[in-house]
Design a protein around this ligand. Structure first.
Ligand code: CA
Length: 364
């Protein structure tokens, strides 16, 4: 009898609990089914390459964690789905091969004359100033406008900080030493180099070593000690010139197919923005930390670290101004973007003269 009573009591409690559950559910708004997204991210870099290749992996992991797996991004290195120089085309348009890409805007100079302004300008802004211009000085809005016809949404997603001038097997004593030299140097820096008498070529990072080794090119700039050591340029070139007048603070881009982005719920869009902003700073931190040790290793291996002679720098500065003026004349969009860029640079310089620069002087 007691047993039956107990069973009845349990049944009563169970039914009460279920009833209660039902009431709660009825009072709650109907929840939408959770939709998961699987995206592809194509890059212009070798797999897990220091800095450049690690950043998109970190981005994908961050997005995965923050979205609790609702947006899973698989990262493909250069050549896995498309080659480095095909990243833009793979992500743009109405039927993209990948939803996202990680590369550098100056690779698309042939398509969009103004694109290099969103990477780096010879004698232009450093990383800190680029970030100021892009995120607070109207640069990002211009970048959106420039990429809009390609159905692309760009975001800043890394900066290497100032680069090195490049690797040579001959001494650079005057500007005439550039004459006839074939050098891997992309973007506006390449235009300047060609006008100085050299022949600029653009090629993805993964092709530089073999090209330099086999004499397809005579010289090359890539990034800075951390990255250049990883490619082993110290084994095939003697002189490592500084500073990187051609790329004083290049921004690395994340490009997103706009249709794919617009189809995401708002919270996933916000997660992408936050993760991009995070790797944008993180890459700079990584280079800032890793470059010193790599420089020491290069020196130990007998690399001659040399400054460009000041006469060479002065010539390059003069030619850079010509190149920027001519590009502005030739393309109204370049003109519009460069106006914003150069006006901000002037203001940034005025303050940095009495802050960053004054402090560097004081510290020596
Ligand atoms: Ca470079």
């Amino acid at each position: 009898m007691i047993k039956i009573k107990r069973i009845l009591l349990i049944l009563f409690l169970l039914s009460a609990a279920l009833g209660c559950q039902k009431t709660i559910n009825e009072n709650q708004p109907e929840s939408k089914p959770i939709k998961n997204y699987k995206w592809k991210l194509v890059t212009a870099w070798p797999k897990n390459f220091p800095g450049l290749g690690l950043a998109p992996e970190r981005f994908a992991n961050l997005v995965n964690e923050m979205s609790d797996g609702r947006l899973q991004i698989r990262v493909y290195s250069a050549g896995e789905i498309v080659s480095a120089m095909e990243v833009f085309d793979a992500v743009s348009g109405d039927s993209p091969a990948a939803e996202m890409g990680h590369a550098a805007a100056y690779y698309w100079k042939g398509k969009i004359p103004a694109a290099p302004l969103f990477t780096s300008v010879p004698f232009g802004m450093n990383a800190q100033e680029m970030n100021g211009w892009l995120h607070y000085g109207g640069g990002m809005e211009l970048w959106h406008e420039v990429y809009e016809p390609f159905n692309l949404l760009p975001m800043a997603a890394g900066n290497t900080g100032i680069q090195m001038g490049g690797w040579f097997n001959k001494e650079i004593l005057t500007i005439n030493d550039f004459k006839g030299l074939k050098m891997r140097i992309p973007g506006l820096g390449g235009e300047v180099f060609s006008r100085a008498g050299g022949a600029a070529v653009n090629m993805p990072g993964g092709e530089i070593f073999t090209s330099l080794q086999t004499g397809v090119i005579d010289a090359a700039e890539w990034v800075s000690p951390y990255n250049d050591l990883a490619f082993g340029f110290q084994n095939i070139a003697k002189y490592y010139y500084y500073p990187g007048w051609q790329e004083p603070g290049p921004t690395i881009e994340l490009i997103i197919n706009k249709t794919a982005y617009n189809n995401l719920p708002k919270d996933l869009q916000a997660i992408i923005k936050v993760a991009a902003r995070s790797i944008n700073q993180d890459m700079l931190d990584e280079y800032t930390y890793m470059n010193q040790n790599a420089l020491q290793q290069l020196q130990k291996q007998g690399v001659e670290i040399r400054p460009y002679p000041s006469s060479v720098i002065e010539e390059l500065r003069k030619i850079s101004n010509e190149v920027l003026t001519e590009n502005s004349k030739a393309d109204p969009i370049f003109k519009k973007v460069y106006k914003s860029y150069s006006e901000y640079q002037k203001r940034a310089e005025a303050y940095h003269k009495i802050s960053e620069q004054a402090y560097y002087e004081l510290r020596k």
